[in-house]
Structure formats: C-alpha cells, structure tokens
Design a protein. Structure first.
Length: 394
C-alpha cells in the first residue's frame, strides 16, 4: 500500500481577507452579476489542457460559472483553439512534449506562475495544480477540485505511467505533493474513490462533487437511433493499456457477440491484432464525434467497462442512453452504477465471468437507467459546486 501521510493544512476557521487588486487588467475585470465570487479576483488553474477530456470539461464548466476568473494552464495542446488560456513558462520549453519529463518541475512552475495576487484560487488538479500558490493563505482562499491525486505517483498499479523513470523519484515527489499543498483550505473530489485517496495519501478530507455529464444530449437521440436492435457489445475510451480493451475483446468473444470499439490511442495496432484473432466481428470506430457516439450507445446491448477509473463519464453517458454497464466492482463505477439495477459488476477479470453478466444486463430497466443518469446532469454539478464555493468563501 502507498505511504500514508498525517493530516495537514488549514482548517475552515480562518477566512482570508480579500487580497486587494491584482496587477493585471484581466484580473481586475468587473464581476459578472451576482454569480459565485462576484466582486473578488479569482484565478482558475488547470494542468495541461487538451481539446477533449473529462478534466477539461470540468474546468470549462467552472470557468463558465465564474466568467471573470483568470484562467491559467501549464500549456495547451497544439489543436486547442480556446481563447483566454494563459500558459505557463513551461509551454515555451521542450518539456511540454513529455508530461512525465515535466512532472518533477511542475511544483516549481506553479509557484512561479505569475506575480499577480488573487482573492480566491480554484485549481482543477490531477497532478500538482493544487500546489499553486498565488498569495499568502491568510489573504487568499484556496480551493481544489481533484480528479485524482497523481495516479502515477500514488497508485502506479492503476496506471502504467508510474513505472520506469518515475520509480526512483517517486518518494521525493510524493513528499513534495503533500508539503507544497498545506495552504489549500478545502478540497472537492470527483468521486468517493478519489475522496478516499485524498484522505489516505494527503491526510485531508474532501466533499464529493461528481463531474457534469450532458445528459440531455444523450437522452435526446432521434427516434431512429433509439429503435436500434441492440445487437452488439460496446467498448469506449482511449486505447491505452490500463483501459483493458484486450479484455473487452475477450469478453465479447466469450459471450459470442459482435463488438464495437470506439476511441483512439497508441494501442490501436495491438488491438487490431487481437481483433483479427477473435472469433467474433470486431468493428473499430476511430474518433467518433458525439452524435456518432450517441448512436453507438443506443445500439449496444451493454457497455463493457472492466476498468478501475477515478470517476468515468462514459458509463454515465451509456446509462443515459438506456445501455447497462457490465464492469469491474471498484473505483468510479461504485458511484456511477447501481449494481443489479443499472448495471452488473464483478470483482473478476476472467472473461467467462462476464458472460452471465452480459446476459443478465438485458433484463435491466431502461427507464431506471436513464433516471439514474439524470443525477449526474450539468445542473446538479453546478448547484453542488456553487454550494461548496459559497460555504468555503463567504
């Protein structure tokens, strides 16, 4: 088990005063209406910024709720066209090409991000963003929404990126991750799994606020999508080793059902070789857009998801389309799936164990699935996030 740490950090009793005017005009923009943190200067912080991704979606929703906030990122990927993202100096170095190589210097980057000072700093963190410090904690309020403590540092068995070059400096980086975040006043976690990691690794508590899912889009599929025969199994996600698409192929083969794999990633060639050896048809949908993905959900008998995720938006999208989830009993699926009602979970990774689950999933109630998915809608996220911010900053 990874090292545990003692409880550290600021309590809720000390409320910082406003930090005064920030140095730049961007931070001094007037607040928008009476929304969250109106009248205060706010910094919104995220790690590297890709064009698509669950953590980026959360960050965009936070920014939409606090439009007067100044947005900082380590760097943005080349295909990102979103304006008003202020990149760190790391974006001008070759390190931006390798997240693993950049990881040891990230704490320094967050401490040298800007000379501006803000009343409130809200970070969206899955590495070191929660360590950012833009003013003394006696005057600046620090909140952090955590997608996970860095998996490759704290839970390397769940993420292959934690091996190799990170094996030696891991203990040093873990210590820095804890020590440099003592100023954070309050944490929010995207799932109970991540809340438990925050307690175990950082010795801090956190409120659970599930990420937003565009439920209306997925439930609002056209009638021709909803009338599909549901005659295949579906796997969705990035094609990387820990997502276990090789196991998904084996499950479909054991069940004797066609499989559709939707996504993209570096494992594509390997997965195509696995598919070629399978005794069932395997169709690859490379980078489907949202409309195509919605149609795939509605046509599937079940989503096969044998993955230990931090949260996992994909299972919620599937349930919104009336598609049950067959997956691993652990991680975010314990938040997103009601075992026996909206999906069927197992502790096993034997493909044969999944066959009975796939058959049993057909008996689950589609209206129950969509009703459960509605609890993860955007409005629910916004209400919980605003409540957390108000509780911590008023």
């Amino acid at each position: 088990m990874p090292d545990q740490v003692p409880t550290v950090g600021y309590g809720r009793d000390a409320r910082p005063a406003m930090a005064g005017s920030a140095a730049s005009a961007a931070a001094q923009r007037p607040s928008h209406g009476a929304g969250p943190l109106a009248g205060r200067t706010v910094a919104l912080i995220h790690e590297w910024y890709a064009s698509v991704g669950g953590s980026e979606s959360v960050f965009r929703h936070i920014a939409r709720l606090i439009p007067h906030g100044t947005r900082f990122v380590l760097w943005k990927e080349r295909d990102v066209v979103e304006p008003d993202l202020r990149e760190s100096w790391l974006a001008r170095t070759p390190l931006r090409a390798s997240k693993m190589a950049a990881l040891p210097v990230m704490p320094l980057v967050w401490r040298t991000l800007t000379r501006q000072r803000f009343d409130v700093v809200i970070s969206s963190s899955h590495a070191f963003a929660h360590t950012a410090r833009l003013g003394p904690p006696e005057r600046t309020r620090y909140l952090s929404y955590v997608h996970s403590p860095a998996r490759y540092l704290w839970t390397p068995r769940l993420d292959g990126r934690g091996g190799g070059a990170l094996a030696l400096p891991r203990r040093f980086l873990r210590a820095a991750d804890v020590r440099l975040a003592r100023h954070v006043h309050s944490y929010a976690a995207n799932s109970r799994e991540v809340r438990d990691r925050i307690r175990r690794f950082w010795g801090r508590d956190a409120v659970v606020i599930h990420p937003p899912v565009d439920i209306d889009f997925f439930t609002g599929a056209p009638p021709e999508d909803q009338r599909q025969p549901r005659d295949y199994l579906l796997g969705v996600g990035r094609w990387v080793p820990y997502k276990r698409f090789d196991l998904i192929i084996a499950v479909a083969e054991a069940a004797g059902l066609p499989l559709v794999i939707a996504g993209s990633g570096p494992e594509e060639a390997h997965l195509r070789r696995c598919a070629a050896r399978a005794r069932i048809p395997v169709t690859f949908e490379v980078r489907p857009d949202r409309t195509r993905l919605r149609r795939l959900y509605w046509g599937a008998r079940a989503l096969v998801y044998p993955v230990h995720e931090d949260f996992g938006i994909i299972p919620v999208e599937a349930q919104a389309c009336g598609t049950p989830v067959v997956g691993l009993r652990g991680g975010g699926l314990l938040d997103t799936v009601v075992d026996g009602e909206t999906g069927l979970l197992t502790d096993d990774t034997d493909p044969r164990r999944y066959v009975a689950l796939v058959r049993g999933a057909a008996a689950l109630s589609a209206p129950r699935l969509t009703a459960h998915a509605a609890s993860f809608a955007v409005r629910a996220f916004e209400e919980r996030l605003v409540s957390w911010i108000d509780d911590e900053c008023l």
